[in-house]
Design a protein around this ligand. Structure first.
Ligand code: SF4
Ligand code: SF4
Ligand code: SF4
Length: 379
């Protein structure tokens, strides 16, 4: 039996295994792809915190891959895109099938189980550009050859494929939207591994169970952002709570970026799970590629991002990324671009962070008289 569920990311109702339930509170992340340097600090922060045990050697709940040629596990997205067939949008409405609407014979949800070896090269394709550089070619602006870094974690989807697929009902979604696998109920059938379109549920042979990102729930319960956010060197990430799509709050950082400024987009919305990690698309990547990954709003998002300084709220929010370990529940901007500030508040409305809208730049003298040395630029 299937039910109808409204998925705002594809602009229509779709089939889902369980009656539609949208949580009032839903964990969500924003990742700015333009700032990621693939340092993998997030990957290691998560691994040190949660997956350093036996049988977890190749398990990365957080990974960062180079697009278009990087994958973890191998071919995770292209294999599913090929199975899904033509993915057609009419305006903002997706008129193709989601993974819940196009199962193969004998399946409830369209998917596949990667081979064990597919997980053994988590950084495959790193820094490989879209196509070979021809002999004699030199760098021009804009670059003909491109690539970008895509950081990925479980999306704590509104309509999780892993929940729908589990025959043991071992996977559940909490009231704050976090999706967890009950290790006592799991029997390792790997139906979640097969069904998750992002391949973020993983099998651990040592225990015979499946495991996945737990959204660092002990941190969330203490009003802290997740490990992969707190440790991000590039300050590309922000964690918070997204409101239901029909009731966005203008002072909620996540709502502003997703629903009001519309510069952050879900990854492969056409899969149909309504993922809750939202990406600011890369500005140097061909429009068609961005559109396939982030849906029809991707190119407008890029244009708005390029003009961010025209929107004080937007520039203020971008400055708040990585500025505090605490969860920012609301924000406010005061002043102008040159001297103004952005303030972040906790759930009780108490100020927890203040950042300038314009980062101060200090130019140091070439000669340092105190140390009697000349500063030489080596860049
Ligand atoms: S990303 Fe995959 S594992 Fe995570 S909630 Fe969605 S379907 Fe489940
Ligand atoms: S939210 Fe926590 S568990 Fe999930 S990928 Fe980030 S660090 Fe790992
Ligand atoms: S820590 Fe941040 S900048 Fe470094 S790879 Fe992870 S997401 Fe990218």
């Amino acid at each position: 039996m299937t039910y109808k569920a409204y998925n705002w990311q594809i602009g229509r109702e779709m089939d889902y295994k369980y009656p539609s339930k949208r949580h009032e509170k839903q964990v969500a992340w924003i990742f700015d792809t333009n700032k990621c340097i693939a340092c993998q600090t997030c990957t290691i922060a998560c691994k040190n915190a949660w997956t350093s045990g036996k049988g977890q050697e190749f398990m990365f709940w957080n990974n960062v891959e180079t697009k278009p040629w990087g994958f973890y596990p191998l071919g995770w997205d292209v294999r599913l895109l090929e199975k899904l067939g033509t993915q057609k949008w009419r305006g903002d409405r997706y008129v193709g099938d989601t993974i819940f609407e196009s199962p193969s014979f004998g399946e409830e949800i369209l998917g596949f189980i990667p081979d064990e070896e597919d997980y053994t090269y988590p950084n495959i394709g790193e820094d490989e550009v879209n196509e070979a550089v021809k002999q004699g070619e030199f760098i021009k602006v804009p670059h003909n050859r491109w690539m970008f870094y895509l950081a990925r974690i479980c999306n704590h989807c509104t309509y999780p494929a892993c929940v729908a697929a589990c025959p043991r009902k071992a996977i559940y979604k909490r009231d704050d939207g976090i999706v967890l696998i009950d290790q006592k109920r799991c029997r390792g059938y790997q139906e979640c591994v097969r069904a998750c379109p992002y391949k973020k549920s993983m099998f651990r042979s040592h225990t015979g169970n499946s495991e996945k990102c737990i959204s660092c729930y002990p941190a969330i319960e203490n009003d802290k952002q997740t490990q992969c956010v707190q440790n991000c060197i590039g300050k590309i990430r922000m964690f918070g709570f997204i409101s239901p799509p029909d009731a966005p709050r203008e002072d909620n950082p996540i709502d502003y970026l997703v629903h009001i400024a519309k510069i952050a987009r879900p990854l492969y919305p056409q899969f149909g799970t309504e993922p809750n990690v939202y990406y600011i698309p890369p500005i140097h990547v061909p429009e068609d590629f961005n559109r396939q990954l982030f849906g029809p709003g991707a190119n407008e998002a890029v244009e708005r991002y390029k003009k961010a300084t025209e929107d004080m709220n937007l520039i203020g929010l971008l400055m708040l990324f990585g500025a505090t370990d605490n969860i920012i529940h609301s924000f406010k901007v005061e002043g102008d671009l040159d001297s103004g500030s952005c303030y972040g508040y906790d759930a009780d409305g108490k100020e927890i962070i203040k950042v300038p809208l314009k980062e101060p730049i200090v130019v140091r003298d070439v000669y340092d008289g105190q140390r009697d040395v000349h500063r030489i630029s080596i860049s």
